[in-house]
Unconditional design. Sequence first.
Length: 108
Amino acid sequence: MDTTRHRTRVMRRLTLSPTPQEFGSMPEPMFGQTACRCHTVVADGRERISRLASSTALVTGAVRETLAGCRGITWDGPAATYFRGSVNTLAALMDEHDDDALAAARIA
């Protein structure tokens, strides 16, 4: 058998087209849709990330108000020093968290 003819026959079988061939017609898109689902998934993901970033800002805002109230407590001694250090550490973590949420929203 001529290799060129054999290769042509094999390629013809492997080529997908809308018309039926030896192996059948062109495969249907996943779930019978005509458009790629990945675009919908990406759009939904972006919306979800934006929503979560917004809600994160609301929550951290409430935490910041609480921390500000804690700083105003008149209190002396080692326990007060430790408490204020914890409040300052938590405030720094809130700043870092807000920066991360903002970065995620920008990427989305």
